[in-house]
Design a protein around this ligand. Structure first.
Ligand SMILES: Nc1nc2c(ncn2[C@@H]2O[C@H](COP(=O)(O)OP(=O)(O)O)[C@@H](O)[C@H]2O)c(=O)[nH]1
Ligand SMILES: [Mg+2]
Length: 420
């Protein structure tokens, strides 16, 4: 093999084996606070059946032996029932399940111990104080267990983010996305990108170093160029799509809009199952944008109630209308509410012409705004007629008063939010 090829393949191997983004390799940094053994209550605060207290670090085995009787370590990764007592006074604290995870086969990669104690506040604080009295142990800082798992290459950065999202997930959709990320979906994607870039870099460097020898394969530079351009397009697509992940994390913006008195505030209260907004027969009651986080058919959403859109009102209500319009522009989904018994009024017609119909046609800059048209107060319509307004854009009939049509609306919301 010619010398240049040897050094080129050597450089390539070196580059490709260097630590890469989002890998599970050890991060290369010393574990923060390594040497210290940390402990913390890992389950939630407050009275509960079982609470889990964890330790991580070299003194975990010693801590386990100090608190338990008999004082030998249980078999690795097997739950054992032990009497826990305070190592200073010998006072019994609880009868608990304990687990021993010798590193590196543990969550953090270090020696870890778990105490599954009864969840009374006195038991938990007794065990935490007893652990604090063991030499070499200190309370963990927020996120320190996960930071150690990252430092020891047990979790990649994207998996750490997925874990945080999973712990904070409040809806089914958030849980699913967090689990996918924790399973390494995003990490795999980043790894692929990093490999493409590293290969292109190696090819360009080889071209710079060896092109004059004329021994380099034809088209190396062109190939690197086209691969990086393809990657640029893929990154652009991903970044545009990342708004979807953001929506799942913080919730889609669902804005309830319509003319005054259509039942917007009643709908917000119905969907959030709490009295967020004041409902009143007096038009112009809601004057500012009121936001409430809700779980809409399994999807997180930020639901905004807005002032009724109408003209010729006083300065305060006018400001409310201006804010409502601004919020409409930012909406991921508009819930357009009209009073089914008052469709011919100027306010209803104006709302249909200025908000509902333009959204259906797609707005001028090409970004389509999703909209669900809801005809509220269906209870006021003459009974027996299936759809009294077949000429209107596609819509749903609802009565916030009786709850009729709510299931259909939730089903439609689910489809819209899933498609965002
Ligand atoms: N009959 C009937 N009245 C309703 C319904 N929804 C709301 N209302 C009444 O309509 C009035 C205006 O409701 P509100 O939610 O404040 O409307 P907003 O101005 O659009 O926020 C109130 O008196 C409500 O009780 C409904 O489904 N049926
Ligand atoms: Mg209102």
């Amino acid at each position: 093999m010619p010398l240049w090829r040897q050094s080129f393949s050597g450089a390539l191997t070196l580059l490709l084996s260097s630590p890469r983004l989002c890998t599970r390799q050890a991060s290369g940094y010393p574990a923060p606070g390594s040497g210290a053994t940390i402990f913390a209550l890992s389950s939630g605060q407050g009275r509960c059946g079982i609470a889990v207290i964890r330790t991580s670090g070299p003194a975990s085995g010693h801590a386990l032996r100090s608190l338990t009787a008999p004082r030998d370590l249980p078999p690795a990764r097997k739950a054992c029932l032990r009497l826990l007592s305070d190592p200073r006074s010998g006072e019994p604290l609880d009868r608990a399940l304990v687990l021993w995870f010798p590193g590196p086969q543990s969550f953090t990669g270090e020696d870890c111990a778990e105490f599954h104690v009864h969840g009374g506040p006195a038991v938990v604080s007794g065990v935490l104080q007893a652990l604090g009295s063991v030499p070499g142990l200190r309370p963990a800082e927020a996120g320190e267990f996960t930071r150690r798992a990252f430092a020891h290459g047990k979790l990649s950065l994207t998996e750490v983010e997925g874990l945080a999202d999973l712990i904070h997930s409040e809806t089914e959709a958030q849980r699913r996305q967090a689990l996918r990320q924790l399973d390494g979906e995003l990490g795999d994607l980043c790894r692929g990108w990093a490999e493409t870039l590293t290969k292109a870099l190696a090819h360009v460097e080889a071209y710079i170093d060896f092109s004059e020898d004329d021994n380099l394969e034809e088209g190396v530079l062109d190939q690197a160029d086209s691969e990086v351009r393809r990657l640029e397009v893929a990154l652009g697509v991903h970044l545009r799509d990342a708004r979807r992940g953001q929506r799942l994390r913080s919730g889609a913006h669902v804005v309830v809009a319509g003319p005054p008195n259509a039942g917007k505030s009643s709908l917000v209260n119905l969907l959030s199952r709490k009295p967020v907004s004041i409902v009143s027969p007096e038009p112009g009651t809601t004057r500012d944008v009121l936001e409430t986080p809700v779980d809409l058919a399994g999807f997180p959403a930020l639901l905004s109630d807005t002032a009724g859109l109408r003209e010729g009102v006083g300065p305060v209500e006018q400001e409310g209308v201006r804010r409502a319009q601004k919020r409409l522009e930012q909406a991921d989904l508009i819930l357009a509410v009209l009073d089914a018994s008052d469709l011919a009024s100027p306010a209803s017609c104006n709302f249909l012409d200025t908000v509902v119909i333009p959204a259906g046609a797609g707005n001028p800059n090409g970004s389509h705004q999703r909209l669900l048209l809801v005809l509220n107060k269906s209870d006021l319509l003459p009974a027996g007629r299936s759809d009294p307004h077949p000429d209107l854009p596609s819509h749903l009939l609802l009565s916030c008063l009786t709850g009729e049509g709510l299931d259909g609306l939730l089903e439609a919301l689910k489809k819209e939010l899933a498609a965002l």
